[in-house]
Design a protein around this ligand. Sequence first.
Ligand code: NAP
Length: 209
Amino acid sequence: MRVAVFGHRGKVGGVLVPALEGEGHEVLGIGRGHERDLAGVDAAVDFTAPDAVVENVRACVDQGVPCVVGTTGAELAGVGEEARARGVVIFRAPNFALGAVLMMRFAVEAGRHFPRAEIIEFHHETKRDAPSGTAKATAAALEGETQIHSVRLPGLVAHQEVLFGGQGQLLTLRHDTLSREAFVPGVLLALERLSTLEPGLTVGLEQLL
Ligand code: NAP
């Protein structure tokens, strides 16, 4: 496949590009300020920034190129509608790490049995959005109001705890992303499955598992 990577020089992009090439894909890196010319591209991947992702996805929609989006902190519903009207597939996951997706699934199960939950998410200090997309998705999947606490510190990558409080007991689910290689298999899976998805916006790696 010929894959355009928006944000190829970023922390995730820098890990993703060699991994894609290692799988035999040809990569076209597109950085900030580069022309969004997708001629000859089979699919695109976006790991950029909240203020960049919508225009990148719109360029994909305009040029009929399906896109896998990892960037968090921006609303894609509008451009997703445009994609549906134009017959283009957009796939977005707030977290491409399999363990984090399983943590969300187990949290839903635990939430059925505990009256209250709170989420603590921990990320590296340069993460721009807070709370994280994963924390928001976890909270949305749980019944009732779930408070989210965000920590931004050097030394962290991406970590989340979901705490369930009950009478005389506490259950903690925790996932740690220790390096950005954790996102690679999920992105590869999404690229592989793009052609099986309905046009428009599909959200969540769990849709592909
Ligand atoms: P990063 O290190 O800041 O990298 C972002 C890259 O995007 C930079 O190289 C930046 O270029 C580039 N960029 C900015 N605007 C652009 C534009 N208009 N077109 C093309 N490239 C542009 O960030 P990161 O840690 O890799 O994370 C990127 C995004 O992915 C964030 O939103 C983060 O929250 C999200 N993320 C999601 C997952 C997931 O599993 N879904 C996992 C990790 C991260 P410059 O250096 O020139 O500014």
